[in-house]
Design a protein around this ligand. Structure first.
Ligand SMILES: NC(=O)c1ccc[n+]([C@@H]2O[C@H](COP(=O)([O-])OP(=O)(O)OC[C@H]3O[C@@H](n4cnc5c(N)ncnc54)[C@H](O)[C@@H]3O)[C@@H](O)[C@H]2O)c1
Length: 276
């Protein structure tokens, strides 16, 4: 073996391209899932969004018009086994193949640990853990059947690794800890089939999820701005390149990793003392 660069290696735009690939995005009607759907469309993918919203947002509809014939909406409660199975089978039947999935569907309950109910934990686990587990399992079976390489990207969270100052997320954080460990386990198991598995851990991102919590606790808005060393709250668009990198051939030698996009929170959250 000799050490050298390969003059025939693909260009960076070619490596980031998802031209013609079908990517499923769970929870893509709005927020992070929608931003990542747009990123996939911008580099040539066909995107199938599954979400529980009865109707996708106006932004989703505009995006569909901008990329005719490449953005599809499937209404589905992913926490319902029959609906998930039916919807994913319908996607394969409509679009024939699948090369990747981004799991962005999630719910978040912010309240003190001692006030959490069994129902709070059940609801979060059913969407954030169980639905993600079986969505990924469904796609993995299809990828194996196709005998093609594929990429799985799960949206995890900074809460899987450390507290998010200002929030009280004991139950939610546990579900993201599940994603962190689950991804590492299947990354090892699925490498034999050429299927890569990675996670993205966002910090504070301004979406309906966070902003609806801040609507009752406006002080959170200040924390979202002040706590990240980079001095601002994140936007869903801040995650686009991370998702493209992990989905595309640009990361063909990367599996079992977590890509943190948090404005520096991971290196500093312990230093931030909010004045609540
Ligand atoms: N916003 C943040 O600061 C932040 C930080 C870290 C991680 N995350 C994670 O990012 C992901 C996206 O969150 P977001 O901030 O865009 O929030 P969001 O609420 O805007 O988006 C979540 C989407 O999931 C969908 N969804 C919820 N339950 C569902 C179900 N049973 N079946 C199908 N779809 C369902 C919702 O309808 C919504 O469109 C979530 O997994 C969240 O935990 C968000």
């Amino acid at each position: 073996m000799k050490s050298s660069t390969n003059p025939a290696s693909p260009t960076v735009p070619a490596q980031l391209s998802l031209d013609g690939r079908v990517i499923i995005v769970t929870g893509g009607a709005r927020g992070i899932g929608l931003a990542l759907s747009k990123a996939c469309l911008e580099v040539g993918a066909v995107v199938a969004v599954t979400d529980i919203q009865d109707h996708p947002t106006p932004d989703f509809t505009l995006t569909g018009a901008k990329f005719p014939g490449r953005l599809y909406y499937y209404h589905c409660d992913l926490a319902n086994e029959d609906e998930l199975n039916h919807t994913f089978n319908q996607i394969y039947s409509d679009l024939n193949h699948v090369e990747g999935i981004i799991t962005a569907a999630g719910i978040c309950i912010d309240k003190p640990f001692i006030e959490h109910t069994w129902e709070d934990i059940r609801r979060q686990q059913s969407v954030n853990e169980t639905a993600t587990f079986f969505a990924v399992q469904h796609v993995t079976r299809k990828m194996k059947e196709q005998n093609k390489k594929g990429s799985i990207v799960m949206v995890c969270s900074q809460t899987s690794q450390h507290v998010s100052p200002g929030h009280e997320l004991s139950g939610y954080a546990g579900t993201k800890g599940f994603i962190w460990s689950f991804a590492r386990n299947i990354a090892h198991e699925l490498s034999a089939y050429g299927i890569r598995v990675n996670t993205i851990s966002p910090g504070y991102i301004a979406t309906d999820m966070n902003l609806s919590i801040a609507a009752h606790r406006p002080n959170l808005l200040r924390i979202f701005r002040e706590a990240p060393p980079l001095g601002r709250v994140g936007s869903p668009e801040d995650l686009k390149m991370a998702a493209l990198y992990l989905l595309s051939d640009g990361s063909s030698y990367v599996t079992g990793q977590d890509l943190v996009v948090d404005g520096g929170m991971q290196v500093s959250s312990g230093n931030y003392k909010s004045q609540l």
